[in-house]
Ligand binder design. Structure first.
Ligand SMILES: NC(=O)C1=CN([C@@H]2O[C@H](COP(=O)(O)OP(=O)(O)OC[C@H]3O[C@@H](n4cnc5c(N)ncnc54)[C@H](OP(=O)(O)O)[C@@H]3O)[C@@H](O)[C@H]2O)C=CC1
Ligand SMILES: O=C(O)CCC(=O)C(=O)O
Length: 451
């Protein structure tokens, strides 16, 4: 049974009926908004604020603006599993399907203790603008389960994923909503979802992307977000008469995105001077040996204890001296409390919504150039699109084709964003938002609302 939670906030004060949302039931649930912790703004408030600024720059009709802001459907499910010791554990799973004007909704599933409805909502909305910026035929969605995957065994994670898939299988599908990995999930998670979905609907590899290659995953998907970050950074630096080679990078997060970005950037001559993950942070002003660090992180489940650098306080990673800062972990990490201490000239947002609007203002006054998430990390969803296309075609591309096509999409995306910056005399974030929102608005108007 689907239950939709309407989460009211100061920027979205509309009354909606179940029939308008496509939900079975809408609960006006009072204030379920996650309280912003410390200096960090609530993710949904921050995302709505950026959307509103873009809508204003575009001169969007206020009724259309309202319709674009309200999510298509919000799903909240209870997931109870027996743990390995026989006791029961209950978790809450979410899937927010934000918009489908341009195609099936698309976005990752996150397993993290901080997953909450407003954050998933914000991430789903960002996916809508991201797929439009990338110009791939999708809408936006995001999901998550509030859990700590590090504290669950593989068999517990499998049971949790299968229960979640059982609860949402009717609402996802090749032409409706196509999940993928995000923080705390990966190819194995997608394999379990595919298997569970197939029990109800028949074998359907295109229902998820980011799958293992043996189940129809695309070559190059694993590295795609990091590779997209590399291509995006190259495009930005070219504008400033620079190349990757010799630039000093700091990377927060050494998971799928951070580790691939570090590897690919260092292969191009970039110097990674500091990285961090949940276990700690490590610094070497001469440049970390990334292949050795990757080996260490794999063997020790984190960067802590790596001998090729000095340990530093993970809290200081974002304000370390460097040319280019790449947040590749959680949202809201760059906020009004640390923005003025940031020393880099460029920030490449590999993570989703790492920078608060308040920090944006502070950084803009300092002349820091920010390449926004909805463009900078779009390489992952772009190769997910290639995977979906390959599954539907029943034909596998070689990795060179995947990477070349990704480069084409990222290069074209950067040009399109810059064009919007010129048209609206705005920064790169608003360039990307106006590009994405405008494309979705056009599709919405063209499809109409029925007679
Ligand atoms: N995977 C993808 O294709 C895409 C991901 N993204 C975004 O990129 C970001 C990273 O995702 P992904 O790499 O897939 O996730 P992973 O789970 O693979 O990696 C996350 C990394 O962040 C680290 N981390 C978690 N909390 C903290 C913290 N408080 N301080 C420092 N590091 C921390 C984790 O450490 P540890 O492993 O030790 O827990 C891990 O190294 C997210 O914002 C995600 O939404 C965006 C587009 C696509
Ligand atoms: O690959 C995908 O479909 C989605 C990736 C994702 O969740 C993201 O871009 O934030």
């Amino acid at each position: 049974m689907v239950v939709c939670l309407h989460s009211p906030n100061s920027l979205l004060c509309v009354s909606i009926e179940a029939s308008q949302t496509g939900c079975d039931k809408v609960i006006f649930g009072g204030n379920i908004k996650k309280k912003a912790s410390g200096a960090t703004m609530n993710a949904l408030v921050a995302t709505n604020r950026n959307f509103k600024r873009a809508a204003k720059l575009l001169g969007l009709d206020s009724k259309l603006e309202k319709s674009l802001l309200i999510p298509f459907r919000e799903i909240k499910v209870e997931c109870t599993i027996p743990k390995d010791d026989g006791t029961l554990a209950s978790f809450v799973g979410f899937r927010v399907q934000h918009d489908n004007a341009r195609g099936p909704m698309k976005g990752g599933i996150r397993y993290h203790p901080e997953v909450d409805p407003d954050e998933v909502n914000a991430l789903a909305q960002l996916m809508t603008w991201k797929t439009a910026v990338a110009n791939i035929p999708y809408g936006g969605a995001k999901g998550g389960i509030g859990c700590n995957p590090g504290e669950l065994s593989v068999s517990e994670l499998e049971r949790l994923t299968r229960v979640f898939a059982q609860k949402i299988h009717d609402l996802i599908g090749i032409h409706t909503d196509v999940p993928a990995p995000d923080m705390g999930t990966g190819p194995q998670t997608m394999a379990w979802i595919l298997d569970e979905y197939s029990k109800f609907h028949g074998y359907s590899p295109a229902v998820v992307t980011g799958k293992p290659i043996d189940l129809g995953g695309s070559l190059g998907r694993d590295a795609a977000t990091g590779r997209g970050v590399l291509f995006a950074t190259e495009a930005l630096l070219k504008e400033h008469g620079k190349t990757i080679s010799g630039q000093r990078f700091v990377i927060q997060g050494f998971g799928n995105v951070g580790a691939w970005a570090a590897q690919l950037i260092s292969e191009q001559g970039g110097k990674i001077v500091a990285v961090s993950d949940i276990t700690g942070a490590i610094k070497n002003s001469k440049g970390l040996d990334i292949p050795s660090l990757l080996k260490h992180a794999k063997e020790h489940k984190g960067v802590k204890g790596f001998h090729g650098g000095d340990p530093i306080d993970p809290k200081s990673i974002l304000v370390e001296d460097c040319d280019i800062l790449i947040p590749a972990a959680l949202g809201g990490v760059i906020n009004r409390e640390n923005a003025s201490d940031i020393k880099s000239k460029f920030i490449i947002e590999a993570a989703n919504h790492p920078t608060d609007p308040e920090a944006d203002e502070i950084l803009s006054k300092k002349g820091v150039v920010i390449l926004p998430d909805i463009f900078a990390n779009s390489g992952g969803v772009t190769v997910s699109y290639f995977e979906w296309v390959q599954n539907i075609q029943g034909f596998m591309w070689d990795e060179e084709k995947v990477n070349n096509e990704l480069k084409n999409y990222m290069t074209r995306g950067f040009k399109d964003v810059k064009e919007m910056c010129k048209t609206h005399n705005c920064d790169l974030r608003m360039g990307a938002f106006t590009l994405g929102v405008n494309r979705v608005a056009r599709a919405t108007v063209l499809r109409g609302w029925g007679a």
